[in-house]
Design a binder for this molecule. Structure first.
Ligand SMILES: [Zn+2]
Length: 431
């Protein structure tokens, strides 16, 4: 065995939150970067495993690494920027920040910091928007590859309504995307995502060319934004007048199927929900961003009931914090306002196995079933006085998890490993 980690431990081996398996004294066995076994310590001992080989963290919580299905690599520097809503926020903060990613040296350093930032926050897998620059996209792929992270990203496509320095041109934007896809998609743990930012910044010509690219590479992904604010919906309708509605813009372009991740989906009509459910496209819930930009409350339960797969994401930089524990806390608050109390079990399911399912990567990551890639985190409640105080009084695992998601932050992530290798450790070693 390459590594044996012993701690309080949980995962979701099934396809819903009800499948949670928790061990007060669990062991994860890893060889060659993959999970060999995950079980109760005494049961493994009775099968002949020597517990003396374990790295032991009796007060830590071991779980699969978090998966963030919607985050913007070039926006980490503009988080917590004051006072604007979506369209003005893009103009004022985002586009100037993204322009700097044309510089390969700047992008290289930023990519290293971004990947370390994700790992330090417990996120071992992400689907990220790059900037519109190929060099930044390559820098992010390289940084993720160096850390053996499962990372999906793509160059932003944006050929209108964006300033010089971030606006791309057709047909070069598509040929650049295709060249990146050919170079990086399926290389190790990396994957390519065809990434029109949203209907406001792509011409109909660019969206259909992106759809044609997707048709040529159906095992790539698509990511874009849909129905985030009322102003944006009216604006996109005015520049794509032939589309039935906002979702119809992507549908017409061939960008809506089960490998398409639609960020936000706050103000969809009943008709859009019906067609989106039929398409298989996923809705990505970004509660921190929606609160921060004042965009609205995503109808999570309604979309789920309609049969739309729903992921849960940070959306940094619209969302101010990179750690998905904050996202879970905000999801709870947004859903409280809609009369849907989100359980801790469901929130932790969402950011691990749930997001893996939505991204269609659950055959590789998301839980500790033998054969899966060994991406995991260790959470140490003692790293935060607030968490530690509340967890000490918790009677059940549900109560403990709820305190963690409401009070936790990146400080409690003690270790993050990808393919069984420790990439970030905030304490010296186990005992
Ligand atoms: Zn976004």
């Amino acid at each position: 065995m390459d590594r044996a980690i012993r701690a309080k431990a949980l995962h979701f081996p099934g396809s819903n939150a009800g499948s949670m398996t928790y061990f007060d004294d669990g062991v994860l066995l890893i060889r060659d970067g993959t999970v060999v076994d995950f079980d109760d310590a005494s049961r493994l001992e009775s099968k002949g495993f020597d517990l003396g080989q374990c790295e032991s963290y009796p007060e830590h919580l071991l779980m699969p690494g978090f998966i963030d299905p919607h985050i913007h690599f070039p926006q980490w520097d503009v988080v917590a920027s004051f006072g604007t809503r979506l369209l003005e926020w893009l103009e004022t903060y985002t586009f100037p920040a993204e322009r700097r990613f044309a510089d390969p040296e700047f992008a290289e350093v930023a990519a290293e910091e971004f990947c370390d930032g994700l790992l330090a926050a417990g996120t071992t897998t992400a689907m990220a928007y790059s900037s519109s620059h190929a060099v930044a996209t390559e820098a992010l792929f390289r940084a993720a590859e160096r850390r053996s992270m499962r990372l999906l990203t793509g160059k932003v496509l944006m050929d209108q309504n964006a300033p010089d320095g971030v606006r791309d041109v057709m047909p070069a934007a598509i040929s650049e995307s295709e060249a990146l896809l050919k170079a990086w998609h399926g290389r190790g743990r990396l994957g390519y995502v065809i990434t029109p930012r949203f209907a406001g910044t792509s011409t109909p010509e660019q969206l259909s060319a992106a759809g044609e690219l997707f048709a040529r590479y159906p095992d790539a992904w698509v990511q874009t934004h849909l129905s985030e604010t009322i102003e944006e919906i009216n604006w996109t309708a005015s520049i794509h007048p032939s589309a039935k509605d906002y979702f119809g813009i992507y549908e017409d372009a061939g960008l809506a199927n089960a490998r398409a991740m639609m960020g936000h989906c706050i103000h969809l009509t009943a008709e859009e929900i019906r067609r989106m459910a039929g398409s298989g496209a996923a809705a990505i819930f970004c509660p921190s961003s929606n609160l921060f930009l004042g965009s609205g409350l995503m109808p999570y339960e309604r979309l789920m009931e309609a049969g739309i797969p729903v992921g849960l994401a940070s959306d940094v930089g619209g969302g101010p914090q990179i750690c998905l524990l904050h996202t879970m806390a905000d999801a709870y608050k947004v859903l409280q306002l809609q009369g849907y109390p989100l359980s801790a079990k469901e929130a932790f399911f969402q950011v691990t196995k749930g997001n893996a399912q939505v991204l269609q990567i659950d055959s590789f990551v998301g839980d500790f079933t033998p054969g899966k890639e060994a991406d995991f985190i260790l959470i140490d409640p003692e790293k935060s006085p607030e968490v530690s105080r509340r967890v000490a009084r918790a009677q059940t695992i549900d109560e403990r998890l709820f305190a963690l998601m409401m009070l936790g932050d990146a400080r409690v992530i003690a270790q993050a490993s990808t393919l069984g290798q420790c990439r970030i450790s905030k304490r010296s070693e186990g005992t």
